[in-house]
Design a protein around this ligand. Structure first.
Ligand SMILES: [Fe+2]
Length: 216
């Protein structure tokens, strides 16, 4: 028995389009019965009923890959400034070495984009911009102070921890998505970030923190 459905929709704009509602009245004639259904739906800025969000873990993976690609490129630019600002030779050498590693990490990320057949593009990462801005603030405010290197190391570790979090997530998602060739590339980046983080801790404990305690 075919059902006959008639849908009448009225869009009510209450001044603010995003708060507008659509009231749909559906009459279903079936076996001489009439059912009236009232539906209240949120509509978008264009007065349309939004479609269901169909984004998947693949989309999330790509977005996060773009995020870390953007972040690595920002870090590449920030590291020479940190090397110049560092008062110790070990600090300068450490930041310079990590700049070279970062270049390699960017190339690995470009290989990942290629493997998933997407163009290598970054997506603005406000988190890394904020961490780098804080580092620049330390360089500015602690210039000439014995605590400068301790501050630089703390900024660099904040960067490393951000990267470690991102790579850990990407590796897990790549595994879930069956992207077998992608995992080792991301894993290599993660291992380098973890090793850098350990070196920074050693550097801080060996000298920078102790120097920072001295009066200027
Ligand atoms: Fe990195």
């Amino acid at each position: 028995m075919p059902a006959y459905t008639h849908l009448a929709a009225v869009t009510l704009y209450a001044g603010v389009p995003e708060r507008a509602c659509v009231i749909g009245i559906s009459f279903i004639h079936e076996r001489k019965r009439v059912l009236a259904l009232l539906m209240l739906c949120q509509v978008n800025d264009y007065g349309e009923i939004p479609m269901a969000n169909t984004k998947t873990l693949n989309d999330l993976f790509l977005d996060t890959l773009k995020d870390i690609y953007f972040a690595e490129k920002q870090i590449l630019k920030a590291l020479p400034k940190m090397a110049r600002a560092s008062q110790s030779e070990e600090g300068k050498a450490g930041f310079t070495q990590h700049r070279e590693e970062t270049q390699g990490q960017i190339e690995r990320l470009e290989q990942v984009f290629e493997l998933i057949d997407k163009p290598a593009r970054g997506k603005t990462c406000e988190a890394i911009q904020g961490i780098i801005a804080e580092g620049e603030e330390i360089i500015e405010e602690f210039k000439g102070s014995p605590a400068l290197d301790a501050g630089l190391i703390s900024s660099a570790q904040a960067v490393e921890h951000y990267e470690i979090a991102r790579y850990g997530t990407l590796i897990e998602w790549a595994t879930q998505l069956g992207l077998k060739d992608v995992v080792p590339l991301l894993q290599q980046n993660l291992s380098e970030e973890e090793a850098t983080d350990k070196k920074l801790t050693a550097l801080a404990k060996a000298s920078a923190n102790a120097k920072g305690k001295r009066a200027a």
